[in-house]
Design a protein around this ligand. Structure first.
Ligand code: HEM
Length: 421
């Protein structure tokens, strides 16, 4: 039997684990719909570092304080990224739902120290060569094509038809896949399934097809390089092997797709539901910029990130953390930490949020700028093409996806006057 939080009777932290009897399960309906309330009550009851239970009752710490998240991410010699350090692997079943994201893979994500600098440096330099004006132009072209497919009908479900589709198409093209064609469409579909499987999908088979397609792309670009991210990674003086480039390309694509898609969707939701934006929605560039920034503060896409693993016994937020304990970065909670922001903190110029994390493993420069170009172009193009777009349901009928990582809607149905080109 399971309780409303998805915990089976008898589940719970094994003896001697860091999360004590009062640990709070980080799952369940209440959490999915109103995580900010849960963060508030966790902060009240437990302070800035709370004992939590991940799926299946696996204990971990949720770091809720802005200073504490900054400290953990700024001290990778103490809180490291290689998940093989975890002291809970014996309790984790082979079908654990978080395994695809937390289980060790030989990608940049799980490297540490000099090896991380080498791998992340290659990614940053490959991304730096992306021309932001060309990217905006490409995103507009992709956006126009996606909108054309539903503009004549007067209604659309924007999550699937737009917010998810656009960043995925943009990023695979940046990596050197052709603009269209069966191969690119198959890759986009398999990426969607592997990152965000719906009922009946086989995410493992889809992931293997993605890996196979990226391996072929790397081989092709090794033979004839072009002006794309893949070729720049292959020809970088750090001398990454083909296997390393495959792993890191998949990481770049996956790391770009989900958060950027949810950034687009959460911003569209804000624009379509909040009266402060309603008056200038179709015209105001500033309004779109403000909405994008406000979402990073209050509805950030990567709300929690799993995580960091303690290298040795230490203290954090008054808690005793044991070597090998898992710390979940509570990025959304840290952004609204009342100790740091007692007066509120949002303004168009203020970007001191932790939505792109911090420290050595933060979202690598210039990825946040590229994500901003993709998200801004997606939203502006939609509002220009469909100026009278409105929600097709009441705002309180919108539901959030059941994910501890990502803050994003299950669907965003809209209506508008049909437009025929
Ligand atoms: C073009 C779009 C993007 C690209 C190419 C990209 C790329 C990446 C890569 C490669 C990493 C791994 C860094 C490492 O382990 O060294 C990463 C991490 C991360 N990214 Fe991004 N990203 C994009 C958009 C976003 C967006 C929109 C958000 C959220 C608003 C975001 C939030 C994060 C966070 C929270 C991490 C984890 C950092 C940590 O471990 O502390 N990213 N990203």
């Amino acid at each position: 039997m399971t309780d409303p939080n998805g915990l089976a009777a008898g589940d719970g932290p094994p003896p001697g684990c860091p999360a004590h009897a009062d640990a709070v399960p980080l799952s369940g309906l209440e959490y999915q719909q109103t995580p900010s309330q849960l963060y508030r009550s966790l902060r009240r009851e437990h302070g800035t570092v709370a004992p939590i239970l991940l799926d299946g009752g696996i204990p971990a710490w949720l770091v809720l304080g802005y200073s504490e998240v900054s400290y953990v991410t700024g001290h990778d010699e103490l809180f490291a990224r290689d998940s093989r350090r975890w002291n809970q692997w014996d309790s984790i079943p082979a079908d654990w739902p978080l395994l695809p994201f937390v289980g060790y893979q030989p990608s940049v994500l799980f490297t540490e120290g000099a090896e991380h600098q080498r791998r992340a440096g290659v990614i940053s330099e490959a991304l730096e060569a992306v021309d932001q004006f060309e990217l905006a132009h490409m995103c507009r072209e992709i956006a126009e094509g996606l909108i054309d497919a539903f503009a004549g009908s007067g209604h659309a479900e924007l999550m699937a038809a737009y917010a998810h589709a656009l960043p995925m198409r943009a990023v695979v093209r940046l990596c050197g896949m052709p603009a269209d064609g069966v191969d690119t469409d198959d890759l986009v579909r398999d990426l969607r399934i592997s990152l965000d499987a719906a009922e009946g999908d086989d995410p493992v088979a889809a992931y293997l097809r993605v890996q196979d397609r990226i391996e072929r792309l790397v081989k092709d670009k090794r033979n004839s390089p072009g002006a794309d991210i893949t070729s720049r990674m292959l020809t970088h003086p750090a001398g990454l092997t083909d296997e390393e480039v495959v792993q890191d390309l998949i990481t770049v694509i996956a790391a770009a797709q989900q958060p950027t898609a949810n950034w687009i969707c959460n911003t569209l939701r804000l624009l379509l539901t909040d009266d402060r934006f309603a008056l200038n929605v179709s015209g105001g560039r500033l309004s779109v910029g403000q909405a994008l920034n406000e979402v990073l503060w209050l509805d950030t896409p990567t709300q929690n990130f799993v995580g960091r693993w303690a290298v040795r016994d230490t203290q954090l937020g008054g808690r005793h953390i044991k070597a090998g304990d898992c710390l979940v970065l509570g990025l959304a909670a840290a952004n609204t930490d009342p100790q740091i922001w007692p007066e509120g903190h949002i303004g168009p110029e203020n970007s001191a949020h932790l939505s792109f994390s911090n420290g050595e493993h933060r979202c690598p420069y210039p990825a946040p700028l590229l994500a901003d170009v993709i998200a801004r172009t997606a939203i502006e193009t939609l509002l220009e093409r469909l100026p009278d777009v409105v929600l097709a349901v009441e705002p309180d009928e919108l539901t959030w996806r059941p994910s501890i990582w990502m803050r994003g809607l299950t669907s965003l149905p809209v209506e508008f006057t049909p437009v025929v080109r």
